[in-house]
Write a protein that binds this ligand. Structure first.
Ligand code: FAD
Length: 388
């Protein structure tokens, strides 16, 4: 079989890329290891920033892709038991969306498949071959156990941090830059409606967050030590700790459907390509979830890569493809800087046991500056919307 681009992974990056290429008349095949049902119910992020929403509009897809509610330009902080809404100044015009990731993924799949896109679920044992040669190949086993080989011009590695794409690049070709924040988040999904889009607690016991995920569910986050285990976190303890950090009762303590521990870290792989393989999204970089930028960075990579492939295929101009890695990395580092700042601020301002009282007071001063300084407000707003 032959195509122009093989896309490995049907997450946010892979599906957005597939749709952009399909609309541009460029052949592609998307290979996904999991089933459609699995991918469509996988719950993660919840914020599509203004930049990403406008990108879908520019590709002519906003009406069919963007679900959820308009993003309110307000973050609700709960500081030592007191609610302190923070309204940021923005020219967002209601473009950003509060949209569960699985809703975005479902819409991306519906549109891609509905428009005749080639999306193959249950692709097992994906292997990339000859990625530095002129015509790389992707080998996999389909649902019936038959081995298939697709030859292509380019491979888009959109298969996340644990995928096969990045590990196909020979050792020593990529540099991994990383930072560990020293704590984890217990992330909990519960049938508990929120009466706000976000609530974030700064508290001496540690950070806590509640984010609406559709009208009936919320995701809760609790800062905890790296050596914490999910077993230690009984449902009762989760609710007690959440209430202690918020300093008020949780309205509805519904069924908890999942609990996971996520160590907070930042990772960047440089460069984001090797030969004819290009890395997009989590395959290339991880930002701490505090920033709500992981999904938006994946969408940015898809936009940059699709534009570059269109330029190459339609005009035989490789300039944008050659610049793919440096274009994306500039944006990625800018957002890593924002993510590191916001992550440190929110955690240091609460629990001083990690970085001490001096850093706690610095973080409190930075937090107050967001309210006191129009300039600080504006910069924060630019990052939140992605319009910087
Ligand atoms: P993914 O969405 O992970 O997609 C990768 C795809 O590749 C998957 O479908 C996977 O099944 C497939 N795959 C993997 N290996 C293979 C293989 N060998 N062969 C074929 N297919 C393969 N981001 C935000 O912007 N805001 C948030 O609030 C936020 N909160 C988060 C909360 C949690 C708990 C987690 C885990 C993440 C959160 N993120 C958030 C991050 C965000 O979910 C990711 O950054 C985003 O999903 C990255 O998209 P992606 O397409 O690169 O990867």
């Amino acid at each position: 079989e032959n195509t122009t681009v093989v896309i490995v992974g049907a997450g946010v990056a892979g599906l957005a890329l597939g749709n952009f290429l399909l609309r541009s008349g460029i052949d592609c095949v998307v290979l996904e290891r999991r089933s459609r049902e699995y991918v469509e119910q996988r719950q993660r992020a919840g914020v599509i920033d203004t930049r990403a929403a406008r990108m879908f509009r520019e590709w002519g897809l906003a009406d069919r892709i963007l679900g959820g509610a308009p993003l309110e330009p307000v973050l609700n902080f709960r500081v030592d038991g007191r609610t302190r809404p923070f309204r940021y100044v923005t020219d967002d015009h209601g473009d950003g969306r509060f949209c569960p990731q699985q809703v975005l993924v479902r819409n991306l799949i519906d549109v891609f498949v509905g428009d005749g896109g080639d999306l193959r679920f249950g692709a097992e044992d994906v292997e990339l071959e000859d990625i530095s040669g002129p015509r790389p190949r992707v080998r996999y086993r389909d649902g019936a156990g038959v081995t298939r080989i697709v030859a292509c011009d380019f491979i888009a590695g959109c298969d996340g941090d644990h995928g096969v794409s990045r590990s196909s690049i020979p050792e020593g070709e990529l540099t991994r830059h990383s930072h560990e924040y020293g704590y984890a988040w217990l992330t909990v999904l519960a049938e508990a409606p929120a009466n706000h889009q976000s609530m974030m607690a700064i508290h001496p016991r540690g950070f806590a967050g509640q984010f609406a995920r559709g009208p009936r569910a919320s995701r809760f986050y609790l800062q905890c030590p790296l050596d914490s285990s999910v077993e230690e976190w009984t449902d009762d303890r989760i609710w007690e700790e959440t209430e202690a950090r918020f300093g008020e009762p949780v309205g509805v303590k519904g069924r908890i459907s999942s609990k996971t521990l996520v160590p907070l870290r930042s990772v960047v792989h440089d460069p984001m390509s090797h030969g004819r393989l290009y890395l997009l999204g989590d395959a290339a970089h991880i930002v701490p979830p505090m920033s709500a930028k992981g999904m938006n960075l994946a969408l940015h990579d898809a936009d940059v890569f699709a534009t570059a492939v269109v330029k190459q295929v339609k005009e035989q101009d490789a300039g944008l493809l050659d610049a793919y890695s440096s274009t994306c990395l500039k944006h990625v580092w800018n957002y890593q800087a924002f993510a590191a700042w916001f992550t440190d601020l929110m955690h240091d301002a609460g629990d001083a046991s990690y970085h001490g009282e001096f850093r706690r007071r610095l973080a409190r001063a930075e937090f107050e500056r967001l309210y006191d300084s129009e300039t600080a407000n504006q910069l924060f707003g630019e990052f939140l919307t992605g319009l910087n």
